[in-house]
Design a protein around this ligand. Structure first.
Ligand SMILES: [Zn+2]
Length: 152
């Protein structure tokens, strides 16, 4: 698999350009950003690592998780996902144009690997999945085709 198969450069470049523009629209008000503890272990022991697209990234000194801190408020994130041009472009252009390749090159092989592991470790019981950040649900669709139980 080549990156171009699932993320064609011209489409991806358009998406990145839209993201940059949307950041200036949706995340400019840093006064309402929220300072958080490590989202993985809740530690307050972290250190600054870098700035990307005007967001600060820190690394937890306990579990090494890299995260944005302070981060935009829930209200800012919700508005971004609901109304931004970049997310509209991703949903209507980017993902539909790459979904079948992603299904064929990523998700079907992933389901096949799960089947292989189930057989290798002789797992008799049904497996149950919760896909956090499932995007458009393509992986879950492939699991359902193989009669795996899904928690939504
Ligand atoms: Zn941590």
């Amino acid at each position: 698999m080549k990156e171009e198969d699932i993320r064609p450069q011209n489409i991806f470049n358009t998406f990145l350009k839209l993201i940059e523009e949307d950041i200036k629209i949706y995340f400019v008000d840093k006064k309402i950003y929220i300072k958080i503890n490590c989202p993985a272990c809740k530690s307050r022991d972290y250190e600054f690592i870098f700035i990307k697209n005007n967001f600060n990234f820190v690394k937890c000194n306990i579990c090494q998780t890299l995260f944005c801190n302070p981060r935009p408020s829930f209200k800012q994130i919700k508005r971004f996902y609901k109304t931004s041009e970049s997310i509209r472009y991703f949903a209507t252009e980017f993902y539909p144009r790459t979904e079948e390749n992603r299904r064929k090159l990523i998700f079907i092989p992933r389901v096949e690997y799960i089947k292989y592991l189930k057989k290798k470790y002789n797992l008799k019981q049904n497996l149950t999945f919760a896909d956090i950040g499932a995007g458009y649900g393509t992986f879950l669709e492939e699991l359902i085709k193989q009669n795996y139980l899904i928690i939504l």
